[in-house]
Design a protein around this ligand. Structure first.
Ligand code: NDP
Ligand SMILES: O=C1O[C@H](COP(=O)(O)O)[C@@H](O)[C@H](O)[C@H]1O
Length: 489
């Protein structure tokens, strides 16, 4: 059963409407929410980009995108027609004050009732300031207009501040929705429920009982068609500064005063500010960067990163970090974070390892309890625990698993992360979006890593495509007596 209520009529103005993100994620997400009854028929989606397209030409592109990116079973001709009726297109260069703003104003003014206005920036982030200024100067930013900012918010603290300032001059912070699609994932939101809706977990969620936490986001794919972007970014900026630090915040935050946006964000930002800064002493042993070399993926031989690029590069496709949080709850608990392209499996998960019992009762030391929160694929939770071995009369133990696979357990379709986030912006519900101070605190923490890597103070390691990553990352955990959780075939 769905609990999505229909939202108020809205105008979604998408800058970058012909791009990959709009076609692959945004339009399918809005379509799915129409099928679920959350989008009113009077809503409008107004695509803008520089390409000179007529409305019907853009509608054809939108249809093709739905055909490609919506599951065949969910592609319903009548609903698709209703969806296409909502779509408009304005050819416009968002960065230029003398562009076709009149065309946008005209579409926006033709409506029979009040609409919530949302601007979605799906263009290069260095345009965000100029688009905001032009929208403001054209009188198109109403007091209640929202703006959704795609990642990356900058490539470092300075550029993030510039983007935030550029947008913040024309939109108040409460109307700025910085998207991090990991927060739109059901299983990431579920961390809050697991921790705070289960007294058992709430009671043991600290360094008193937890030995270590691993947060992994591994991908099978390489850099695909995004090499130009990726080579200027790398795994640390692309995945850790945003998605994985957000996940870490949810795992580590104190219980927020409420589920209101600012209470949750206050709790998260306090984790980011408590991360122990990495320095010259800890950087070489607490950070690993690596590039994939030629290897095998899904049964095929694949090229190494440098061969794919066709030139030298100092950009990492693998990152592993050892982080510590300086709070009473987490003193001395290592948080291992890793993300990579061309890993052995597509797996995003959180692995919480509990400390063994301090006293020995059984002939064999029981295995530690491990909680695995599978973010994707096969969303679910497994709890590794010990039972008595029924074939052993001397209290030998067996390690077993309680495993919940959410899709099977709840018989639900797991929505794409963008679905909820797009409609949350219309609802003016910002809890799953990132506040300015969070983005900037995250950049501050990764800054010494970026600087040391840029100066080659930590050597670039290598791993074969299709493997679990470099030996250096295994060693990083081995020094703590830990191993990476690599359970997926
Ligand atoms: N693709 C993805 O999976 C993801 C993308 N992102 C981010 O989303 C943003 C868009 O990415 P993506 O769709 O891949 O990029 P694309 O290059 O595919 O699309 C860029 C879009 O911006 C439009 N555009 C470029 N310049 C202007 C301008 N001056 N005025 C108006 N429109 C303009 C382009 O159309 P035209 O040339 O016709 O103007 C096109 O529609 C980027 O910030 C990216 O980092 C974030 C996460 C994932
Ligand atoms: O933001 C990004 O995320 C994707 C991975 O997202 P997921 O939902 O498939 O885990 C990554 O491929 C991309 O490089 C990055 O920009």
């Amino acid at each position: 059963m769905t609990h999505c209520h229909q939202v108020a009529p809205f105008d979604y103005v998408i800058f970058g409407a012909t791009g990959d993100l709009t076609m692959r994620k945004l339009l399918p997400a809005l379509y799915y929410r129409l099928t679920m009854g959350q989008v009113p028929d009077t809503a409008r989606i107004i695509g803008t980009a520089r390409s000179p397209l007529k409305r019907n030409e853009y509608q054809t592109r939108a249809r093709d995108a739905l055909k490609r990116f919506v599951k065949a079973d969910d592609f319903d001709e009548d609903t698709v027609d209703r969806f296409l009726d909502m779509i408009h297109y304005v050819s416009l260069d968002g960065s230029k004050p003398d562009s076709n703003w009149e065309g946008l104003r005209e579409v926006l003014s033709h409506k029979a009732e009040e609409h919530v206005r949302v601007f979605y920036y799906a263009t290069a982030p260095d345009l965000y300031g100029a688009i905001s200024k032009n929208l403001h100067n054209e009188g198109l930013v109403t007091d209640d207009s929202r703006v959704v900012l795609e990642k990356p918010i900058g490539i470092d603290l300075k550029t993030a501040e510039e983007i935030n300032e550029g947008v913040g001059q024309y939109f108040k912070e409460s109307n700025v929705f910085r998207i991090d699609h990991y927060l739109g994932k059901e299983t990431v939101q579920n961390v809050i429920a697991l921790r705070f809706a289960n007294p058992l977990f709430e009671a043991v969620w600290s360094g008193e009982h937890i030995e270590s936490v691993q947060i992994t986001a591994g991908e099978l794919v390489g850099v695909e068609g995004r090499a130009a972007y990726y080579d200027n970014s790398g795994a640390l900026r692309d995945m850790v500064q945003n998605h994985l630090l957000q996940v870490l915040c949810l795992v580590a935050m104190e219980k927020p005063a409420s589920l209101e946006a600012d209470d949750v964000r206050d709790a998260k930002v306090s984790v980011l500010k408590s991360l122990v800064p990495l320095d010259a002493k800890t950087l070489p042993t607490s950070t690993v960067r690596a590039q994939y070399t030629k290897g095998h993926s899904k049964g095929a031989t694949v090229e190494g990163y440098l061969e794919e690029l066709g030139h030298e590069s100092n950009t990492e496709t693998y990152v592993a970090l050892r982080a510590e949080i300086d709070t009473p709850r987490w003193k001395n608990v290592p948080f291992y974070i890793r993300s990579a392209k061309r890993l052995k499996a597509k797996v995003s998960e959180i692995v919480v390892t509990f400390k063994p019992s301090a006293t020995k009762l059984f002939p064999s030391q029981p295995e530690k309890n491990v909680l695995v929160i599978r973010i994707q694929p096969d969303e679910g939770v497994s709890w590794q625990f010990n039972v008595k071995n029924p074939l052993d009369d001397d209290f030998g133990l067996w390690e077993t698993n309680l495993d919940v696979h959410f899709e099977r357990a709840f018989s639900v379709r797991y929505p794409d992360a963008y679905e909820r986030l797009l409609l949350d912006a219309v609802r003016g519900y910002p809890v799953l979006f990132i506040r300015r101070d969070e983005v900037e605190a995250a950049w501050k923490w990764v800054a010494p890593v970026m600087e040391a890597w840029a100066k080659n103070e930590v050597p670039m390691a290598h791993y074969a495509a299709g493997s679990w990553g470099p030996e250096e990352a295994r060693q990083m955990l081995a020094r703590d007596g830990q191993v990476w959780h690599e359970d997926v075939e």
